[in-house]
Design a binder for this molecule. Sequence first.
Ligand code: ADP
Length: 296
Amino acid sequence: MNKHASILQVKHLKQYYHQGTDKEVKAVDDVSFEIFPGETFGLVGESGSGKSTIGKAIVNLYQPTSGEIIFQDKALSSSYNKKERLKFHKEIQMIFQDPYASLNPRMKVRDIIAEGIDIHGLAQSKEERDEKVNRLLEDVGLTIDHAGRYPHEFSGGQRQRIGIARALAVEPKFIVADEPISALDVSIQAQVVNLLQELKESRGLTYLFIAHDLSMVKYVSDRIAIMNRGRILELAEAEELYANPLHAYTQSLLSAIPLPDPDYERQRQRIHYQVDPEKLAEEILKEVKPNHWLAQ
Ligand code: ADP
């Protein structure tokens, strides 16, 4: 991993939504971080903390209130022409929480996966297109026979594999995985996480991995940022964060993870974290140890 040149930088990102006439929601409130090539960066926080909003800003789905996102040394722009937009979406792809909602129920799997191949003109003939789809199906643990079927014929885990194949079809460098395992049975979650890990290594990918708890991100992330109410409260390397959580909110997220150890479970006590909105508004990230950042 090249620790010096980041592939993505998020700088002072703010996204404020207006709900009704005078209610302003600070979904993302001055968030900055960078992600290095080959890294999996975990973004963790409870529902409503602003994670998806950041993910969507990175895939350029909206114009942020303020701040900047720089991908491969180029600032994202809301005024891309068609060619620039195509180029951008070939390099950054997104995987969604609910694979079923994001797969067109009337399209066969072959055509769902090939959509990006068609848009970007990545196959010169029908044979090449089919060949690419077949290889992608195999790469995500499905079979060639699946190509002619419809999304409803698949289980949740298989649908997520289809979503992953669709994202990979355009050979992206960076993937925003927005809670890719949250809707799956626990027994299937590890399989999908393992698949994402294998693909990352074989294809040299970089991930932003979004999750609402700390149970699975541990196994995939190199570094993790903890979010609450639109802000990052703590950022550290994964092992350091689990061994040495400094923010009370991180501690409360860790205390919520059940472990298959009866002794631990008997003693486990949930820590509840109460946010003080006044205080939160003043918090800024400071480095308290090498590479361990905490809002103070
Ligand atoms: P998370 O992904 O952590 O669950 P989100 O980024 O989806 O959080 O949402 C953060 C906050 O922004 C929430 O309070 C949510 O209700 C609000 N929000 C998200 N999208 C919109 C929108 N399009 N319009 C208004 N408010 C929104």
